[in-house]
Design a protein around this ligand. Structure first.
Ligand SMILES: Nc1ncnc2c1ncn2[C@@H]1O[C@H](COP(=O)(O)OP(=O)(O)OP(=O)(O)O)[C@@H](O)[C@H]1O
Ligand SMILES: [Mg+2]
Length: 229
């Protein structure tokens, strides 16, 4: 589905992502874990065409998409939920979803309401009045409105209470029926609980990759990144 090959990327001369390669197969949930500032969001923004990489290539379903603009990537089937400012606060829930469906002629919210019933209840309310968890659900639902084959999620559970984190992970697991998922997460244990595989990034470099089970069971990684003793 997605193949990121030897990407180096950054801001001006500062390379914050260095020679990173990752893959997402069809139907997979893959998580990227790493400390603050290690370049996770920069990598994801590069995949979604918001930053042009200095070197390396990105393939989506065998097609070279390196340097292609976000609008076209959305049309090709990639959805992106940024880390911040991912909903239109002054618009209602329904209007946010309609904005998300701008690529389709026919806006169908029924299936996203099936996944996120709370959004149906709140469809007439302003997004700015939603709780943190509801807002993240709206951001994901908005991205689902283009029926993407690959969904990129940048820290969907950031700032949520532990119970809400589990609820959200459950929802992400549900949507994998229709889309592959690449997500960045600080709540590493919860994310690995639903993911098939994971990558660990430190200071711009990929330092480890493995199945969720391998990462959760790895003693040094557990100690360094998952808060295990
Ligand atoms: N627009 C920008 N211009 C210049 N430098 C930036 C910009 N955005 C991020 N950086 C720098 O690039 C580095 C990586 O940032 P990035 O946001 O990719 O990290 P991250 O792993 O997503 O961190 P976090 O876990 O805090 O979200 C940091 O040193 C950051 O200060
Ligand atoms: Mg980030």
């Amino acid at each position: 589905m997605l193949s990121v090959e030897n990407i180096s990327s950054g801001y001006g001369k500062m390379m914050v992502v260095q020679d990173v390669s990752i893959r997402v197969a069809q139907g997979e949930i893959v998580v990227i874990i790493g400390p603050n500032g290690c370049g996770k969001s920069t990598l994801m923004k590069t995949i979604f065409g918001l930053i042009r990489p200095a070197s390396g290539r990105i393939f989506f379903r065998e097609e070279d998409i390196t340097g292609i603009a976000p609008f076209w990537l959305a049309a090709k089937g990639i959805g992106f939920v940024p880390q911040t400012d991912n909903v239109f606060q002054s618009l209602t829930v329904m209007e946010n979803l309609e904005m998300g469906g701008y690529l389709s002629r026919h806006i169908d919210t029924a299936w996203v309401f099936d996944i996120f019933p709370v959004l149906k209840e709140r469809r007439r309310e302003k997004a700015g009045s939603l709780s943190g968890g509801e807002r993240q659900m709206l951001a994901i639902a908005r991205a689902l409105m283009t029926s993407p084959d690959l969904l990129l999620l940048d820290e969907p559970s950031a700032g949520l209470a532990p119970r809400m984190v589990e609820t959200l992970m459950g929802k992400i697991k549900e949507i994998r029926q229709s889309t592959s998922v690449l997500m960045i997460e600080q709540n590493a244990k919860s994310a690995l609980g639903i993911a098939d595989r994971g990558y660990i990034m430190v200071m711009g470099k990929k330092v480890y990759e493995g199945t969720s089970k391998e990462i959760l069971g790895h003693k040094d990684i557990g100690r360094l990144y998952l808060g295990k003793k």
